[in-house]
Design a protein. Structure first.
Length: 99
């Protein structure tokens, strides 16, 4: 794996046309979500069978407005159901996954 990207670098990359190399799939999903491609983000998140993928998947269903489905994925991610703003949650997930 290549050099670790900072949160600031990751956030800046969402303003470009190319996803950074060496990002894990859950971070790629967040990248596509930030670029406005919910469908691609969802496709990526649902392909990851671990807690990180489930957390991103939960966030995406919450963003979509599907609270019941989101709740299922928060449980799979072992995360509390988010109640704050979507941007806050996106940032929290990205920061955690970049650690």
């Amino acid at each position: 794996m290549g050099e670790q990207i900072s949160f600031e670098g990751f956030l800046q990359s969402t303003k470009t046309l190319q996803v950074p190399r060496d990002l894990g799939v859950p971070l790629r999903a967040l990248w596509y979500d930030a670029r406005g491609d919910w469908e691609k983000a969802h496709q990526l998140a649902q392909a990851v069978d671990d807690e990180s993928g489930a957390w991103v998947h939960a966030y995406l269903h919450r963003k979509e407005g599907d609270k019941m489905n989101a709740g299922y994925w928060y449980a799979r991610a072992r995360q509390p159901v988010a109640t704050g703003g979507l941007a806050e949650e996106w940032t929290a997930i990205a920061r955690e996954l970049l650690r």
